[in-house]
Design a protein around this ligand. Structure first.
Ligand SMILES: NC(=O)c1ccc[n+]([C@@H]2O[C@H](COP(=O)([O-])OP(=O)(O)OC[C@H]3O[C@@H](n4cnc5c(N)ncnc54)[C@H](OP(=O)(O)O)[C@@H]3O)[C@@H](O)[C@H]2O)c1
Length: 252
């Protein structure tokens, strides 16, 4: 079996850093033309696109703004002509203390939902109609172990947003498979990125390591090959399923 994504055009959100960057690199290494979406880190996104080559192009959008989400999808299709896959990876983890201020809690909840869930839902809507018109395509949504195991008390919104992504992905798989749309969830556990650093600072690396079955913490490069496999079509009959990559820290 050889994973060959030549002729595939795939958008990866949040590809400037962390897991998204590793996914963009892996997809391009398998031959895909990648849309490298970023929010604030234009330079690093440009660096990623130049490094992976194969016609990769950067696209900027603040996913907390629905207008920019729609524009992002339309810009990518305008540049690439068509899309074969989308990896909804961009996400934020904003902590909020349940004993803290109600307005601050609401603000962090709203921001989290806008970026993690609303933007993903809207990009899925755009992708579904585009894929149906163009003979099919694949949606790969990056959720989290938190959707299944739950998270710590200050990340309630984060866990809830990721639970929403799982339900969204399964609904797409059930509803649009006959029209050629396949949908998968990838649920990473703790993965060494900027997002994870805050947690490490607070709880310590030993705490995180004690949680996993393996000896080393998961890196973005441990997530990316699974995404390339799902994008390849070899796993199409697993549509609707979730692949957990959490170093054996939670099995379900
Ligand atoms: N790291 C973990 O332990 C872990 C565990 C489970 C699941 N995940 C999930 O995996 C995905 C990637 O996480 P990561 O750890 O790689 O995150 P990260 O290193 O913090 O990178 C976040 C990415 O999202 C983009 N982004 C942030 N806010 C945005 C906004 N408002 N609009 C558009 N893009 C925005 C960033 O773009 P810029 O850099 O351009 O600003 C960046 O590319 C997320 O969905 C996360 O929830 C991570």
């Amino acid at each position: 079996m050889r994973i060959d994504l030549t002729n595939q055009k795939i958008l990866v959100t949040g590809a400037s850093r962390g897991i998204g960057r590793a996914i963009a690199e892996q997809l391009a290494a398998a031959g895909a033309q990648v849309g490298v979406h970023y929010f604030r880190n234009a330079d690093t996104a440009q660096h990623v696109a130049e490094n992976i080559r194969r016609g990769a192009i950067t696209f900027q959008a603040d996913l907390s703004k629905p207008v920019e989400v729609i524009q992002l999808f339309e810009n990518v299709v305008a540049k690439f002509g068509r899309l074969d896959g989308i990896v909804n990876n961009a996400g934020i983890a904003v902590s909020a203390d349940v004993e803290g201020d109600d307005i601050a809690f609401t603000d962090s909840w709203s921001k989290t939902m806008l970026v993690n869930l609303h933007a993903t839902g809207l990009l899925c809507k755009k992708a579904i109609t585009h894929f149906i018109e163009h003979g099919g395509g694949r949606v790969i949504n990056i959720a989290s172990r938190a959707a299944f195991r739950g998270d710590t008390g200050e990340y309630l919104a984060y866990a809830a947003s990721k639970g929403g992504i799982v339900a969204l992905t399964r609904s797409i798989a059930r509803s649009f498979g006959k029209q050629g749309v396949k949908a998968f969830t990838v649920a990473p556990g703790f993965t060494r990125t900027d997002m994870a650093e805050d947690f490490i600072k607070k709880y310590g690396e030993d705490y995180v390591k004690s949680d996993i079955a393996l000896t080393s913490l998961t890196k973005p490069e441990d997530i990316a090959p699974t995404v390339a496999f799902l994008a390849s079509g070899y796993a199409d009959h697993a549509t609707g399923s979730t692949i957990s990559i959490n170093a054996g820290s939670y099995m379900y």
